[in-house]
Design a protein. Structure first.
Length: 414
């Protein structure tokens, strides 16, 4: 088997939940990622949910999700000997990922300016709520507050209700971590050409604003902020229609289209209606290929939506999906995770990967590779590590013996 793309590159990962997905992505690409945790474990190990609801730092499903393939060591950076050990680790590392407040590592003498003296080719990627500079630089921020400040929150939910967050999965952190991994590899490309490392500054707020790009364009075009639409779809001059429809069981996503684009789906819906005796005369007689949304009034759109809604409530989402698979209709089932785990498309591409957790006596299913390469395989190589599981291996490379590790442990350094 060919080597993975980042095989042979070494990463020190100090990031908490704000940036640990970055290290996972680099690990998936083949880098040797060392997760540096506080003695006793990273605080993110206490984030729920927990395996079988057993509150245990080794069973946080959040931590297990975003730390596959990494090695774990424990180290107290605030102790002098801990700092020296970290500096030694930095000497042989290609990347360093961290998410501390901007002044924290600098205050310990471990900021980028100090570390580049030890390793000039080091790429240090900092992931913080608002970046390393500016009036907000030292402010704290949660995923939810950064979604709010980054405009993402204002775009989600129904127009007549307050904004809502996307889910309990931290959206802002995930976007920033992916941007950080990309930025780290861009810096790596530059280093390959010049031999020079650099400090990469990732602002989570700015990452979230990138996601809002379309709606910033909306503001430039119309001079007003984008209005939340929830499950509706408003097109200037073309009225408002719904996009999420309740079925007899489950939901489907469908946006009414006009002309040649929408005609095949609209005709299939009319055929369904006729079979069930639910088709209004005006829909049966409509020439769908000539129907133009731009010249349709809202009253007619509402009548069409009411008829379609009545039809969908007589069918399950699975029944609709089976029909659309035959005819290629522009209707999609709103998939759940359970649906995805048995989805034939994902199964045929080997998307899901079972990873064994020996200490849990179980396996956990993970998303596999985010892309397929013809020569270089990628994806999570192994389970997330236990606390300090690789202390002997990593510190052994620095020449430390088991006795040394026992002393360091007793002194609260590892």
């Amino acid at each position: 088997m060919e080597e993975r793309p980042l095989e042979g590159l070494r990463v020190l990962d100090l990031a908490d939940e704000k940036g640990m997905f970055c290290g996972k992505l680099l690990s998936d690409l083949g880098a040797y990622v060392i997760k540096v945790e506080k003695p006793g474990g990273d605080p993110a190990r206490w984030l729920p949910p927990f395996y079988h609801d057993e509150k245990d730092p080794e069973k946080s499903l959040f931590f297990l999700a975003f730390n596959t393939g990494k090695k774990s060591i424990t180290l107290n950076l605030e102790k002098e000997e801990g700092k020296r050990l970290f500096q030694k680790l930095t000497e042989t590392s290609d990347f360093l990922i961290e998410s501390f407040p901007p002044s924290y590592l600098k205050g310990l003498g471990l900021g980028y300016d100090s570390l580049k003296e030890i390793n000039p080719s080091l790429i240090m990627t900092s992931i913080t709520p608002f970046g390393q500079s500016g009036p907000y630089a030292n402010f704290k921020g949660t995923d939810l507050t950064i979604q709010a400040l980054g405009a993402l929150l204002s775009e989600q939910g129904d127009r007549d209700r307050p904004p809502v967050r996307t889910s309990v999965v931290p959206q802002a952190y995930m976007h920033a971590s992916a941007d950080a991994a990309e930025a780290t590899l861009i810096a790596h490309y530059y280093r390959a050409r010049t031999g020079r490392g650099q400090h990469v500054d990732v602002s989570i707020m700015e990452s979230v604003l990138w996601v809002a790009g379309r709606d910033l364009a909306f503001y430039n075009a119309y001079g007003t902020s984008y209005k939340r639409e929830g499950s509706l779809w408003t097109r200037p001059g073309r009225g408002t229609t719904r996009t999420i429809w309740e079925c007899k069981e489950g939901y489907v996503s469908f946006a009414i289209q006009g002309g040649q684009t929408g005609a095949p789906t609209n005709r299939a819906i009319v055929e369904w209606m006729e079979k069930k005796g639910l088709c209004p005369v005006f829909m049966k007689e409509k020439e769908w290929e000539k129907w133009d949304l731009g010249s349709t009034n809202q009253e007619e759109l509402d009548r069409i939506c009411e008829a379609i809604a009545a039809l969908f409530k007589t069918l399950t989402a699975n029944e609709i999906e089976e029909e659309l698979a035959k005819k290629g209709l522009m209707i999609n089932k709103v998939q759940t995770v359970a649906d995805h785990l048995s989805h034939p498309q994902l199964a045929s591409r080997g998307f899901w990967k079972e990873i064994e957790y020996d200490y849990l006596e179980s396996t956990i299913i993970y998303p596999g590779a985010f892309a397929k390469f013809s020569l270089t395989p990628i994806g999570p190589p192994s389970r997330a590590p236990r606390i300090g599981e690789h202390n002997e291996i990593v510190y052994g490379e620095l020449g430390l013996s088991r006795e040394d590790l026992h002393r360091l442990r007793s002194e609260g350094i590892i």
